[in-house]
Design a protein around this ligand. Structure first.
Ligand code: PLP
Length: 443
């Protein structure tokens, strides 16, 4: 209560903005994920690793636009590319040279030869699923229980928060996330637990007998919506093997992991190549963008015209100029070395605090991403996340951080994202605030 009251006092301009916003902006926000009690924090500006809210509070940004701003805010190289593009026109509905350069670079980084663009992660996963359905001639989609792949109907199923209890791991029930999703669509999506290749294969075999063999498995190679959950050794290789043997398209949804955990995302980091990947978030350096990469085989259904992969703003010149500058000038091998070093420091620093004060939890990280998972045992899937998490402590940590200038994504499912502009000073600040929280809890 003390921390909540303190935050409310510090954010009165956000409160006023929220009141004004509510008149014509539904719920006062642009997207339901921006809501938080009792009002959202409205941001005025960002520069490098910092953001300032409308009250003038200066914060180290570990939220980073839901993990999109791995380049840092207002990066000069991206600003220059946007400034150079603008006077030459920002939209034609025709391909530009930057589309070609970015596709070449993504093919090199992710090891998949064929690419298309979208404007968001949701569009990328929607189109990837359609391509997989066309390629296989099947309708069923398999996903991981508790994972988020965007806001289109097929994947707004079995995200997790809609469940009181998990139930039968081998036969998880599919539920829609929110109203307005037709039951007939929900019925086509089947979820299986993360890190359990045996459960996945048994479910595929049962679905095959029922005449509902999946078109695709869509998954994150490392889950990023339950904090950070890494794949157990051998799991991704087993999934690759199972999907190949059953003729199922394997889609790695790299909307969060792509370009943030390694130059070629989780595909590169774990050395397991899927049939397709989806990208968004960090791709456009802060401008809306998304991409789908695929093998020659699978993407043939786009090239022969049987699947319409379309969008007025696909490959928008401004976004692609930003993406090109980001790939060529910002997200370099040196940048990933910097991110790895800082992330190692923040993970070990946080783990040191956990150990020193004997907190229920552990620190976990990969690339530019990580979190402290407040759980008494290791989280390997949604079930272990839900069962053992100290939700009250996770909420308190978020509030405590915000009151001390550490801006994090609201919600217990989210992780930190570092940017190339983060410094040791930012990492020290994060660890110091976490230490202060732990000290107060143990006092
Ligand atoms: N896939 C994953 C793994 C995501 O985390 C998200 C968004 O958080 C999406 C897809 C959807 O992306 P967007 O919000 O750009 O539609």
């Amino acid at each position: 209560a003390r921390e909540a009251a303190r935050l409310n006092e510090r954010t009165t301009a956000s409160r006023d903005m929220f009141e004004r916003a509510g008149r014509h902006l539904s719920g006062g926000v642009a997207s339901s994920y921006q809501l938080r009690d009792p009002w959202p924090i409205y941001i005025a500006r960002g520069s490098g690793p910092k953001v300032w809210d409308v009250d003038g509070n200066e914060m180290w940004d570990f939220h980073n636009g839901f993990g999109s701003m791995v380049q840092g805010h207002a990066h000069p190289a991206i600003g220059a590319a946007i400034a150079a593009r603008y006077p030459q026109g920002t939209h034609f509905g025709c391909p530009t040279e930057d589309d070609v350069v970015v596709a070449d670079e993504l093919a090199r980084r992710f090891g998949l030869p064929k690419w298309r663009y979208t404007n968001s992660g949701s569009e990328a996963t929607m189109d990837a699923i359609r391509i997989a359905r066309a390629f296989t001639g099947r309708d069923t989609v398999m996903k991981i229980f508790g994972s988020y792949h965007g806001h289109h109907d097929t994947v707004m199923v079995s995200i997790g928060v809609e469940y009181d209890k998990i139930g039968d791991r081998e036969n998880l029930e599919s539920l829609p996330y929110g109203a307005g999703i037709p039951q007939s669509v929900v019925d086509m999506t089947v979820a299986v637990p993360f890190n359990d290749a045996g459960a996945m294969e048994r479910r595929i075999e049962r679905l095959t007998v029922e005449g509902r063999k999946p078109a695709c498995v869509i998954m994150e190679a490392a889950m990023m919506n339950l904090g950070v959950v890494l794949p157990e050794p051998g799991y991704l290789e087993a999934v690759r093997d199972i999907t190949r043997r059953h003729g199922i398209v394997l889609i790695f949804d790299e909307v969060k992991t792509g370009l943030t955990v390694a130059p070629g995302g989780a595909t590169d980091k774990f050395g397991v190549t899927p049939d397709m990947v989806t990208l968004a978030k960090a791709l456009g350096g802060g401008l809306p963008s998304g991409a789908i990469g695929g093998s020659e085989d699978v993407m043939a259904v786009v090239e022969d015209g049987s699947v319409y992969q379309v969008g007025t703003f696909n490959g928008n010149p401004l976004s692609m100029a930003a993406a090109r500058a980001s790939l060529e000038q910002v997200l370099t091998p040196d940048a990933y070395a910097h991110l790895d070093r800082l992330n190692h420091r923040i993970v070990t620093g946080c783990q040191g605090v956990v150990d020193k004060y004997d907190l229920p939890g552990y620190a976990v990280g990969i690339g530019s991403k990580g979190c402290v998972t407040f759980s008494t045992s290791k989280v390997v899937d949604y079930e272990t996340f839900k069962e053992n998490q100290d939700a009250a402590l996770a909420d308190l940590a978020w509030l405590f951080n915000l009151n001390r200038g550490i801006f994090m994504t609201p919600g217990r499912e989210e992780e930190w994202t570092l940017s190339v502009t983060h410094t040791d000073e930012a990492i020290d600040a994060y660890i110091a605030v976490f230490d202060e929280l732990a000290r107060e809890l143990r006092a």
